[in-house]
Design a protein around this ligand. Sequence first.
Ligand code: GTP
Ligand code: MG
Length: 629
Amino acid sequence: MVGSRLNQAAANIDADKAPLRFALIGNPNCGKTSLFNRLTGARAKVANYPGVTVERRSGTISGLTNKAELLDLPGTYSLFVTSPDEQVARDFILGNIHGEARPDVLIAVVDATNLRLGLRLVMELRSLNRPLILALNQMDAARNRGITIDTASLSQDIGIPVIETVAVNSHGVDALKHELDQYAHHQAGDAQVLTLSDRQESVEELYDKIESLIRSHVIQPTQMPRWQDRLDQVVMHPVLGLVVLFSILLVVFQAVFAWATPVADSINAGFGMLGSLLTHILPVGILRDFLVNGIIAGVGGVIVFLPQIVLLFLFILLLEDSGYLTRAAFLLDRPMRGLGLSGRSFIPLLSSFACAVPGIMATRTISDPRERFITIMVAPLMTCSARLPVYALIIGAFIPRETVAGVFNLQGLTLFVLYFAGVVSAALVAWVMRRRQTREEFPLLLELPSYRWPMAYHVFIGLRERVWIFMRRVGTIILSLSIILWFLASYPGAPVDATRSAIEYSFAGMLGNWMQPLFAPLGFNWQMCIALIPTMGAREVAVSALATVYAVAGGDQALGSALHSSWGLPVAFAYLAWFVYAPQCISTIAVVKRETNSAKSTALFTAYLFSLAYFAAWATYQISALLIH
Ligand SMILES: Nc1nc2c(ncn2[C@@H]2O[C@H](COP(=O)(O)OP(=O)(O)OP(=O)(O)O)[C@@H](O)[C@H]2O)c(=O)[nH]1
Ligand SMILES: [Mg+2]
């Protein structure tokens, strides 16, 4: 009570002051962002692998007597940094960032199941002589593992407040807020300039100190739970582990096709009904044409693939939240080193399966510049979710719904092959680009999270985010590109004495016919060429563009059967091959430019991927035309 009245008084006095700034700092994956979300009510991305937050993020802490700002920083192991994102965290703490005030109070977040690494950073932070609070997070997991920590004596020993928290269920968050409130009026006073040379202890002294802290205040169980150890022996075994990984992925792709089809079919039927309804009630003319051939064919054609995207991400989120994905990163660390990459590239490459843009941004966690460059170059070869609608459309139209070897559905298998082709190509490209001379290797500093049941809440938040991203793309870029394309495909109209279909006289038709000779060796017709252009804005638009082009051309049949009757299998394969490689995405090219800061690298990136796409599509077309008659 007294405290809160004091704070009230402080609030009145400090009303015109800038808000107090708190910053969360801690090892990767210790739960900083979860805590940030709890304290501010935000919904930033949380994931069970390190390196999720690569840029700072700020918010207002709710429920304090004074307005206070909170910064969420990228994870860091030490103030003596090695990678660019660790640099960001350090610069923020030291106030080295231009135009950004130094945080007033540091909240060191430590994963209680990983005290050693966490305390190392805490001790470094402590030697800065700044207001510091320790949030001992993941206390639930620590308790489950039989770790007991005497927080009161630990706090006394290191001389800073220690608060136990469980960021996933708010436990201890109120206590933490209460502690933060105490700082609201102790802020001013220390204007000393901080430098890292303030650190007095040697590294050995530091480690000794940490060991003694752990000996005095922590009771550790002798080992990890038995079943987790056993599971890890299989899952991280160099051979068995790969078998497990491949089997999981195979099941995922099977399910994406098998389970999504019923929902996708009903969405499709819904749009079909809407289309024929409009065709019946509206008079023949431009409005009807625009709604049916422009909007419904274009946007509806893409939305149909939402169930597949949801399913794919559902699986990824489940794997991620269970703690499996971090193990996959470890498993792939060794094979990836042979390619000039490492387990560090795994996370950025994995995010590229959603979208290459955040994937390429996540390469900031890679400290070796050469490895980072290679990772950026190959990231778009991971099949992003924008390609899924294109693949699904063409597979649905050309690959029969058959079961092979009793269990595998052929469509799911084809999808798996396409994803696999991207990964294998990335491995080859990385292998070609890898540095010749061997250098000191940067150790992979991932912490293995313990296995746990995925939490419905996390999975729900993650899925909602993916659905929202997809629907926003549909409502903005895909809708606008569909409208533009419809216009280009409808005007100018055919002359009275037209001998060919109307669309061939339109702007789009002219463009398609003009491009076609360039793509003739790949088997592409002029309709496919038209679709390639708006696809630079978003790959899904290939679907709506084809839908619009074929709808405008007067087809009444479903898009799949229209493609089936006019393409032929070799052409379909060639088109798929093109999409495995082509950097058909301006946002990706822009982010490569931003992250490499080099026009030359960006040009190299674009040119090599387009060449690869052209060659792959050409070879696929020629070979399959020979094999299939
Ligand atoms: N059991 C348990 N899990 C937690 C707790 N806090 C966070 N987690 C989980 O730990 C994982 C990492 O959480 P994040 O908040 O993304 O961690 P971070 O420190 O921001 O990670 P980076 O941004 O990658 O450095 C997520 O799977 C969280 O759900 C906790 O108190 N208990
Ligand atoms: Mg984070």
